[in-house]
Design a protein around this ligand. Structure first.
Ligand code: NAD
Ligand code: IPM
Ligand code: MN
Length: 359
């Protein structure tokens, strides 16, 4: 049975970076006889323009019937005036929710070649290797009630609800503890338990689940402190587990520690390791269409796909080694450029990774 991958390029730089990731994946597929097949569909603003919805039924069906989803990015100024229910971002959120992709892994690894691309001092970031485990299908992103309504006073009121059940917290806790067991066995749960009851429950459940993992050292940190600590001394962290919203914000902070948001891949997994793979960045409307976006986060997301969904660690390692070799050859997209390097386009970077793979 061929393994099917749903390919959703999306909007903005999405199609540009996905094209490079597919270059790499197609090569490794043929070279290693992985038997992967691909089918492309529209999502986000592109789907709205064609079908009036950011998540057409045929796209959702394709994702449900596929073994994995590769997504570029969605959104852009063109669709900002739309009602929230049909905004491009809802297409992405719909896939996460419909496929039950509750466990979002966002690894922040600093490649030594990019030490000087980070805005932080080399000694602060060199050797950085941390994993953020973000809860992805609950919390304030999905809680009810939500919306903008007219209050009794006659003025408009906007509301969203941060809500987590014990079972939602428990399953992301288990994901995070298992990941920590395979790493340096230190898990930091980030919350705002001093103010928000919902994260007091979060903290209690984390502590309770922690009893099943005596080999993992669990700590707790408030999110404001965690944001500061990530910039002050990021290497103190091994694995961070946090809510949907806090994870969104902290992973963008972590991205910059690695030199650029264009370097951070992600895996969004269900209970059976079926998953969606995407860079953590967005559609970058400010640089879309210029061929200058960094495709490495998307290429590294493909490596995560091979590792987590297709259980092909060797193929994943080959891609990661090829990214490393491409950086060794001193090619850089604009976002990670520094003096003395060779600046390349999006496809130039994809070609450099491909060349390294071809050996
Ligand atoms: P963004 O991540 O798209 O861009 C932030 C900044 O980082 C921009 O200056 C951009 O040029 C730069 N950047 C991002 N990716 C890059 C890459 N690969 N190479 C080089 N530079 C890169 O965030 P934003 O501007 O806040 O959002 C733009 C749109 O993307 C919005 O519609 C937002 O909702 C959407 N978005 C989508 C996703 C997603 O699809 N997963 C994630 C975040 C934002
Ligand atoms: C991300 C993005 C999304 C999120 C948006 C586009 C819905 O910022 O994947 O980090 O907030 O989860
Ligand atoms: Mn984000």
């Amino acid at each position: 049975m061929p393994k099917k991958i749903a390919v959703l390029p999306g909007d903005g730089i999405g199609p540009e970076i996905v094209a490079e990731a597919l270059k790499v994946l197609s090569f490794i597929n043929a070279d290693m006889g992985l038997g992967l097949s691909f089918e492309t569909a529209l999502v986000g603003g592109a789907a709205y323009d064609a079908f009036g919805t950011p998540l057409p039924q045929q796209t959702l069906n394709l994702c449900k019937n596929a073994d994995a989803v590769l997504l570029g990015a969605v959104g852009g100024p063109k669709w900002e005036p739309l009602a929230h229910a049909v905004r491009p971002e809802r297409g992405l959120l719909g896939i996460r929710s419909e496929l039950n992709l509750f466990s979002n892994l966002r690894p922040a690894i600093l490649y030594p070649q990019l030490v000087h691309a980070s805005t932080l001092k080399p000694e602060v970031v060199s050797g950085l290797d941390l994993m953020i485990v973000r809860e992805l299908t609950g919390g304030i992103y999905f809680g009810q009630p939500r919306g903008i309504h007219i209050a009794e006073s006659g003025e408009k009121v906007g509301a969203n609800t941060e809500i987590y059940s014990e079972s939602e917290i428990r399953r992301i806790a288990h994901s995070a503890f298992r990941i920590a067991q395979k790493r340096h066995k230190r898990l930091c749960s980030v919350d705002k338990a001093n103010v928000l009851e919902v994260t007091e429950l979060w903290r209690n459940v984390m502590t309770e689940v922690g009893k099943d993992y005596p080999d993992v050292e669990l700590s707790h940190m408030y999110v404001d402190n965690a944001a500061m600590q990530l910039v002050r001394a990021p290497k103190q962290f091994d694995v961070i587990v946090t809510t949907n919203m806090f994870g969104d914000i902290l992973s963008d902070v972590a991205a910059m520690l690695t030199g650029s948001i264009g370097m951070l891949p992600s895996a969004s997994l269900d209970a059976n390791a079926k998953g969606m793979y995407e860079p953590i960045h967005g559609s970058a409307p400010d640089i879309a269409g210029q061929g200058i976006a960094n495709p490495l986060a998307t290429i590294l997301s493909v490596a995560m796909m091979l590792r987590y969904t297709f259980n092909q660690p060797e193929a994943a390692e080959r891609i990661e080694a090829a990214v490393n070799a491409a950086l060794d050859s001193n090619v850089r997209t604009a976002d990670i450029y520094s003096d003395g390097m060779t600046q390349v386009s999006t496809s130039g970077m994809g070609d450099a990774v491909l060349k390294a793979l071809q050996g």
